[in-house]
Write a protein of this length. Structure first.
Lengths: 113, 113
């Protein structure tokens, strides 16, 4: 079991470019979560999927951010027209069911120049 | 609203000393409770969890936590800290049977030699 896999580990984009972050959850886990972590804001919930269906995207910025889970083996977080304030570590986690603990990936560090 | 509060942003203790990190939750009913640790440039890792039963739960690396319904608290303790315990610790909660987890703001622990 390789744990939650996130790629790339580091991504540098120019202002206005698009960034796509990938997450491969633990096999058999039914829920996938995305978080954003910065020094100023701390750990912020973005969105989550259950059995590939989007359940709660209350933390997603309404513009430029989108997340998908096209199959049970991966989820993507896409940021269009990246801005310097999008610079953060984006964490993906998965869990096996209701009330279960979340297993986190190592994160993708996004730097927008 | 459901919330988790960690009142101490930073805690410094000497190696070998005892440790308590504080956590207060605000939830209707009794939530599921978790403590996670994040070492530098890594994802979060589960230390321990509480679902029900004995209010004192044991975790990895000598950590334990005590649930108090009357005080709405779930404080983390360790009898003797090691320099390798330096990290950020997050308290978290979810409603019984829920998927989404609410995280506290984290406490940065520095263990001094």
């Amino acid at each position: 079991n390789a744990g939650v896999i996130q790629t790339p580990r580091h991504k540098v984009t120019g202002k206005g470019q698009e960034a796509t972050l990938w997450c491969e959850p633990i096999s058999g886990h039914s829920a996938v979560f995305w978080y954003r972590q910065t020094i100023v804001q701390g750990l912020e919930f973005l969105t989550y999927f259950r059995n590939q269906a989007p359940i709660d995207d209350s933390g997603m910025p309404k513009e430029r951010f989108s997340a998908q889970m096209p199959n049970q083996s991966h989820s993507t977080l896409k940021i269009q027209s990246t801005q310097p304030q999008d610079s953060a570590v984006y964490l993906c986690a998965s869990s096996s069911g209701a009330g279960a603990e979340q297993f986190f990936g190592p994160g993708t560090r996004l730097t927008v120049l | 609203a459901q919330s988790v509060t960690q009142p101490d942003a930073r805690v410094t203790v000497s190696e070998g000393a005892s440790l308590q990190l504080r956590c207060k939750y605000s939830y209707s009913g009794t939530p599921y409770l978790f403590w996670y640790v994040q070492y530098q440039r890594q994802g979060l890792q589960l230390l321990l969890k509480y679902y029900s039963g004995d209010p004192v739960v044991q975790g990895v690396n000598g950590f334990e936590a005590e649930f108090s319904k009357s005080d709405s608290s779930f404080h983390l303790r360790k009898a003797s800290v090691h320099w390798s315990d330096s990290a950020v610790y997050f308290c978290a909660a979810s409603r019984t049977g829920g998927y989404k987890v609410v995280f506290g703001s984290g406490t940065r622990l520095l263990v001094s030699p």
